[in-house]
Design a protein around this ligand. Structure first.
Ligand code: NAP
Length: 259
């Protein structure tokens, strides 16, 4: 088994990284690792998953314990022991996938662990929302966010979307400053959709310049035609030592301070 590290650049994380490099007995291989140790925050863990989607990810939070991290700094010895002795367990986290198509026929494919957004920060966006290829609404506003269950506590939560139990196979569509008046009408509230459904956003008239984000990655799309989103199911392997359920995770991330 080979491993790699993806780490934040701060001093505390560098110290943790040095200890990991010294004590892990596996071969270090940045090209084709079986295991990836992500040192930092949820942001670092997400970047590690995008870089090595097929590897098993060990998330160790070097700040406050984040939503995806299964190890904190005080668990460093446990993490090292889990890897050296192959004693860890694995559960799987869901992704959503997207296909971006431009008017000149180019296609971009990507997967998100948190969310996919489509935004026009400076102009009013107009897109037709189709669910299962059936017209649902014509949306006008700043943008739309489609999140996974585990991503529901990230940007989606700031948009007043619901927090979703991570055991559910669903995706959530949330508006980013939607316009609602006698002239323009959308659902306004977030909608949670069965994972078997598909969401298609198709460019409205006179509108073709958008930003599409896939977690931390941003695509500047000049000739936007459509964005097609599907729930991909559980496909990211996350290592853990002691199982922590969804409610405990929500509780310690948002409700109970450790201080
Ligand atoms: P980032 O710094 O990596 O992430 C932004 C913040 O969101 C960090 O505090 C991060 O926690 C936290 N976070 C990430 N995933 C989470 C999750 N599933 N549940 C709870 N908190 C989570 O920012 P970035 O590099 O631009 O990465 C993009 C991410 O930022 C997106 O996936 C999006 O969810 C989030 N974002 C949020 C807003 C908003 O809330 N207004 C706006 C844009 C983007 P750590 O400190 O542990 O890394």
């Amino acid at each position: 088994m080979k491993y790699a590290i993806v780490a934040k650049e701060d001093l505390k994380t560098k110290e943790v990284k040095e200890k990991v490099l010294k004590e892990i007995k596996l071969t270090y291989d940045e090209k084709n690792p079986d295991l990836v140790i992500a040192l930092g925050g949820d942001g670092t863990i997400i970047k590690a998953i995008h870089k090595y989607p097929k590897a098993t990810t060990f998330g160790l939070h070097t700040g406050h314990l984040g939503f995806y991290a299964n190890y904190g700094v005080s668990d460093l010895e446990i993490l090292i022991n889990d890897i050296n002795n192959n004693e860890f367990k694995v559960n799987e986290t869901s992704l959503i996938s997207c296909e971006i198509e431009t008017l000149d026929g180019k296609k971009i494919f990507d997967n998100a662990i948190n969310e996919i957004t489509i935004v026009t920060p400076l102009r009013t966006m107009m897109v037709d929302v189709l669910i299962d290829d059936i017209f649902f609404e014509r949306y006008r506003g700043t943008g739309l966010c489609i999140s996974t269950p585990t991503g529901s506590t990230a940007y989606n939560k700031s948009l007043n979307g619901s927090v979703i139990d991570s055991s559910l196979n669903v995706m959530q569509l949330t508006e980013i400053a939607g316009i609602n008046s006698n002239a323009y009408r959308t659902l306004s509230s977030p909608i949670v959709l069965d994972g078997k459904r598909t969401i298609k956003l198709a460019s409205g008239a006179h509108f073709d310049d958008v930003f599409i984000t896939v977690d931390h990655i941003s695509y500047d799309i000049k000739n936007f035609k459509s964005l097609y989103i599907k729930y991909k199911g559980e496909s990211v392997k996350m290592a853990y030592h002691k199982y922590e359920g969804f409610l405990e995770r929500i509780n310690r991330t948002f409700l109970v301070s450790k201080d």
